[in-house]
Design a protein around this ligand. Structure first.
Ligand SMILES: [Zn+2]
Length: 117
């Protein structure tokens, strides 16, 4: 389950941020994950519970936000959000060029927001 290691990274960033701002009580974190990251939200929640259990962060909330795919055509720079993950095989909706896109969003997982005091 790679969600544990992903969540460990998120919690590392969380504690660094809290230290930086002199915060001691974590209220909530918002985590964005791309549709291409193959993350299972339930596993992320489970990992968060496991990693915060019996720590100063116990009881904090986690908000998960799925990030849609966003692509930009290399040729005409048209930006679009295809449904599903078959973007490598679809033509650009604007110029019909096949599969030459820059990935703008929808990949990876990151800490979006942190609420602490
Ligand atoms: Zn195009």
């Amino acid at each position: 389950m790679h969600e544990i290691s992903l969540m460990t990274n998120i919690m590392d960033i969380t504690s660094q941020e809290m230290k930086k701002h002199g915060a001691t009580k974590l209220i909530s974190i918002t985590v964005r994950y791309g549709v291409l990251s193959n993350v299972v939200p339930d596993s992320l929640l489970f990992a968060f519970e496991a990693l915060t259990h019996k720590t100063p962060y116990e009881g904090a909330k986690i908000i998960l936000v799925e990030e849609a795919l966003s692509l930009q055509c290399h040729l005409c720079e048209h930006t679009f959000s295809p449904q599903g993950k078959e973007y490598l095989y679809i033509p650009c909706p604007a110029c019909q060029t096949q599969g030459s896109f820059k990935l703008l969003a929808g990949e990876g997982i990151f800490l979006d927001r942190l609420e602490a005091e």
